[in-house]
Design a binder for this molecule. Structure first.
Ligand SMILES: Cc1ncc(COP(=O)(O)O)c(C=O)c1O
Length: 399
């Protein structure tokens, strides 16, 4: 693989990093490269809120933009563009998918939700209880909060229709072994819905390698604007009766997108994918380019994630939750400081120029299992532009 680009040059592309603060809340939302911001501004300047049209020239450009955004997102997911929806959020799309399941399933059907989930990959499936579906929780094992296949095997049965699992926990950083899980679920005759929202800035999604049936992710966690995305396995699309406008073909993935797209945000997301293309050292946006970009992201993140985890573990007044080693996790660490509420710690750190966040982060089940709900934890989360100096500032402010 070519040499990893200079991190200082990469950081120069992110205007929000020029403020001199250590931004460690990447799990909540990423920062945007200049070209993303420029693409949104250029779009609004050129088109305002013009809509797509089959007739007038700007409207045809917008229809083309929508197609391009879908195609580029498909490259990002290693998917077929026909199977990729883009809408306002991953949560919205999950609830629409759940509405389809509510029309397919009822008493006698079962769903399993992992104990690591953000509520966006739990509440939509809990809604199915209203139509008589039984929901089981596949709890993570304490204290390291990893999921074990034996515990899933004990819950799977001929009644299981769906298993919901995250590609990485947005509060504990744990990254389950997706191909193993989807194989186990498939062997039981059920579908898997994977929440890749937290994993996607660190691990390039690959719907084919993962073997899932449904995958969500959110561009705004991947240095793009506020959008959410859902991938649906191609042979299932068209057989899922989600609520839709009457004239749409149910097999048209646009039928789950509901309403007029945020064209300016689609333009911005294409700007972000262009940033990733360049990071991957390619002239065009290809899967290889993105694989290359994520190779560099991995190289940049690894020492920083290690410094974060090991640094927090070494502080005597700090308790780290979840896995205590770097194996099978991303650079997101949950902790508390003895004698302080998470909010007190977060405010103190922000006063020192270090922006982490505190609370439960909608990760209700994992934090309930750890007896940390609802106050939650302090969460520090890195991205590829985070430096070891950022981590040193965090650790110094905690000493
Ligand atoms: C793991 C995870 N899943 C889902 C979501 C929800 O994503 P969205 O805001 O696009 O609905 C989040 C947002 O924080 C998340 O961290």
């Amino acid at each position: 693989m070519p040499r990893t680009p200079d991190q200082t040059a990469l950081r120069a592309q992110f205007p929000a990093l020029h403020q001199g603060r250590a931004y460690l809340d990447n799990a909540a939302g990423g920062l945007l490269p200049q070209r993303t911001i420029d693409a949104v501004t250029a779009h609004l300047t050129r088109y305002g809120a013009t809509n797509a049209s089959a007739v007038h020239a700007p409207g045809r450009m917008l229809a083309d933009l929508r197609r391009q955004a879908r195609e580029a997102t498909a490259v990002f997911l290693n998917a077929d563009p026909q199977d990729v929806a883009l809408a306002s959020s991953a949560t919205t799309l999950a609830f629409r998918l759940s509405a389809a399941f509510a029309r397919l399933w009822g008493p006698g059907d079962e769903v399993i939700v992992s104990g690591l989930e953000h509520e966006a990959n739990a509440s939509p499936w809990r809604e199915l209880e209203r139509v008589g579906v039984k929901v089981h929780v596949w709890h993570a094992r304490q204290p390291d909060m990893r999921l074990h296949p034996d515990d899933l095997a004990a819950l799977l049965s001929a009644r299981t229709r769906l298993v919901a699992v995250t590609a990485a926990s947005n509060v504990l950083g744990v990254a389950p072994d997706l191909p193993a899980i989807t194989a186990q679920v498939r062997a039981a005759g059920a579908w898997t819905v994977v929440d890749a929202v937290h994993a996607a800035p660190h691990t390039l999604p690959d719907v084919q390698a993962w073997g899932a049936d449904f995958v969500t992710f959110s561009p705004y966690k991947v240095f793009g604007p506020h959008l959410g995305s859902l991938w649906v396995r191609g042979d299932l699309r068209g057989h899922l009766p989600w609520p839709k406008l009457s004239f749409f073909d149910p097999a048209d993935i646009a039928s789950i997108e509901h309403g007029t797209p945020s064209f300016e945000l689609l333009a911005g997301w294409l700007g972000t994918l262009d940033y990733l293309r360049e990071l991957g050292g390619a002239d065009t946006l290809t899967r290889e380019a993105l694989v290359g970009a994520y190779g560099h992201i991995h190289t940049l993140e690894t020492p920083v994630a290690d410094a974060l985890l090991n640094g927090l573990l070494a502080l005597p007044d700090v308790t780290v939750y979840g896995p205590q080693d770097a194996q099978g996790r991303v650079g997101t660490v949950a902790f508390r400081v003895n004698g302080q509420t998470p909010t007190q710690t977060g405010l103190h750190l922000s006063d020192q120029g270090v922006d982490v966040s505190s609370g439960h982060f909608y990760a209700v089940q994992p934090l309930t299992d750890l007896n940390l709900y609802p106050e939650g934890v302090v969460r520090a989360s890195i991205a590829h532009y985070t430096t070891e100096e950022d981590i040193a500032r965090l650790l110094d402010a905690l000493r």
